[in-house]
Design a protein around this ligand. Structure first.
Ligand code: ADP
Ligand code: MG
Length: 464
């Protein structure tokens, strides 16, 4: 067979898979590019290592079996990660491959954007184009883009739940979906915060005008509700959301929710509503890694009229690791400075301007290990015992305290904290947190002892 034949085989295989899996799943996972072939192997390009792992795990045998059905012969697939240059960054320095990797499944620019009115509730700048994709948010981005391109078409993606800590891009991604659906389809998109949803519900309920509420929320094509953890208090609102959910779900309308923690960690939410949030696809956003942080700063700079040297961007990327909002905050400080003082930013100036930002505990790259070591030292325990299985009181208390402090001082999720403490469940971490908090409230002596330990950790953590 000549190479062109393999290309045709690949295309046909993709066509069949698209039909079998549906547009949404296909859009998400088959951002694959035929590159080359030998007698018994096809070489296929994937946009990132993460994507490669996922496709291998989920689909490789499936794709290979499809090819076998088609041509009656075994072909193995081998993947190659290709960081595709973006339009703005056609060339990159060595070692920067990942920084500007194009979004894996970037939606095509909309042909109708120019003529369409902007959406009243969505921020203009929260689009897919301005969202930087790295290895850490690739999955969430792909899911969002698949949903945006094929809203409501598959129950596997309805609802889409995006969860993760503050400032990690949940609202941005959610609004990007909203923009895309609004611009590309003749669809009604409604974006609202959970708080707004609750206020409106209570207002119309008070006015005995529930039909207005139903008309508004049950006849949309896409409903985006931001920060659903804020619904925890409103029982009646939860009930109403439950009915709204079922109405939209049955009508095959797309829903997207965001939450600041895994659904299982929501305490005051009815079980039936919680389970619905997880009916479709849940994706979590993690704090961005160094490469992504660097790329985000670069991207944000494009829209501002200032130049900041790369070494300064490196400094900020290294020192601000908590979340994207803080990263932007640091950048804004620097750009405000140049605008005021009309001097270019140097490394020294940046260090000077940002010293408070860098010193704050959530910025200092405080690792779980530093906390564990400090707590273990304080109570004269070994690290192994602190993380281990022993349940004597002299060990259990320091262990719970270390979990508590980690939750207070870092952005790690309870799942991650549990894993770092000998693979414990996230509910164990929550239990530890509640218990220590109770003790602090009940006993000022415990409170001041813990404050002392935390202070030591902060100073040591900041130095390391
Ligand atoms: P969240 O809703 O999770 O608290 P936001 O969506 O409000 O976070 O994001 C905080 C800020 O960080 C916003 O200005 C957003 O544009 C920016 N941001 C977050 N993630 C990214 C990203 N991957 N690329 C570009 N900007 C991002
Ligand atoms: Mg938000």
């Amino acid at each position: 067979m000549v190479n062109g034949d393999y290309n045709i085989i690949w295309k046909e295989t993709m066509n069949q898979i698209r039909e079998e899996l549906g547009e949404q799943e296909f859009a998400m996972w088959f951002n694959l590019e035929y590159l080359d072939a030998s007698e018994d192997e096809l070489t296929i390009g994937v946009p990132s290592t993460f994507y490669q792992d996922q496709v291998r795990q989920r689909y490789q045998p499936y794709i290979e079996s499809k090819i076998r059905e088609l041509i009656g012969k075994n072909l193995t697939i081998s993947f190659i990660v290709q960081a595709r240059p973006t339009e703005e960054n056609p060339t990159r320095k060595p070692g920067e491959e990942k920084l500007t990797a194009a979004p894996a499944a970037k939606p095509a620019p909309s042909p109708v954007t120019a003529t369409k009115k902007r959406h009243p509730q969505l921020r203009d700048d929260y689009t897919f184009d301005t969202y930087v994709v790295g290895d850490d948010n690739n999955f969430a981005f792909n899911a969002a883009s698949a949903v945006a391109r094929n809203p409501g078409t598959s129950n596997n993606y309805n609802p889409l739940l995006i969860y993760g800590g503050v400032g990690l891009g949940k609202t941005h991604l959610m609004q990007a979906i909203g923009h895309y659906i609004h611009d590309n389809f003749d669809n009604k998109v409604l974006y609202i915060t959970a708080e707004g949803f609750m206020n409106e519900f209570l207002k119309l309920l008070g006015e005995k005008n529930m039909s207005a509420f139903k008309n508004k929320y049950r006849y949309v094509d896409a409903l985006l509700i931001d920060d659903i953890h804020n619904l925890e208090k409103g029982d009646r609102t939860q009930e109403e959301l439950f009915y709204t959910f079922d109405a939209l779900y049955n009508a095959k309308k797309q829903m997207v929710f965001t939450c600041d923690r895994p659904i299982s960690e929501l305490k005051n939410m009815t079980a039936r509503l919680k389970s619905r949030f997880e009916w479709g696809l849940s994706v979590d956003l993690k704090p961005p890694n160094y490469e992504t942080r660097f790329a985000i700063l670069k991207k944000k700079l494009e829209t501002k009229n200032v130049t900041i040297p790369d070494e300064v961007i490196e400094l900020v990327s290294k020192n601000v690791s908590s979340n994207v909002r803080d990263l932007e905050g640091a950048l804004n400080k620097l750009t405000a400075y140049t605008e005021l003082v009309k001097k270019p930013i140097t490394l020294e100036i940046a260090q000077q301007q940002l010293k408070d930002v860098f010193a704050s505990p959530k910025q200092s790259n405080l690792s779980i290990e530093i906390i564990q070591r400090e707590v273990a030292d304080h109570y004269l325990l070994s690290l192994t015992d602190l993380k281990g299985k022993k349940r004597t009181q002299s060990i259990v208390f320091p262990r719970q305290l270390a979990m508590y402090i980690t939750r207070v001082l870092t952005e790690y999720s309870t799942i991650e904290i549990g894993q770092s403490f000998g693979g414990r469940d996230h509910s164990t971490v929550l239990h530890a947190y509640d218990k220590i908090e109770g003790m602090i409230r009940a006993d000022p002596k415990v409170d001041s002892e813990i404050q002392n330990i935390m202070r030591t950790i902060k100073t040591h953590g900041a130095k390391s």
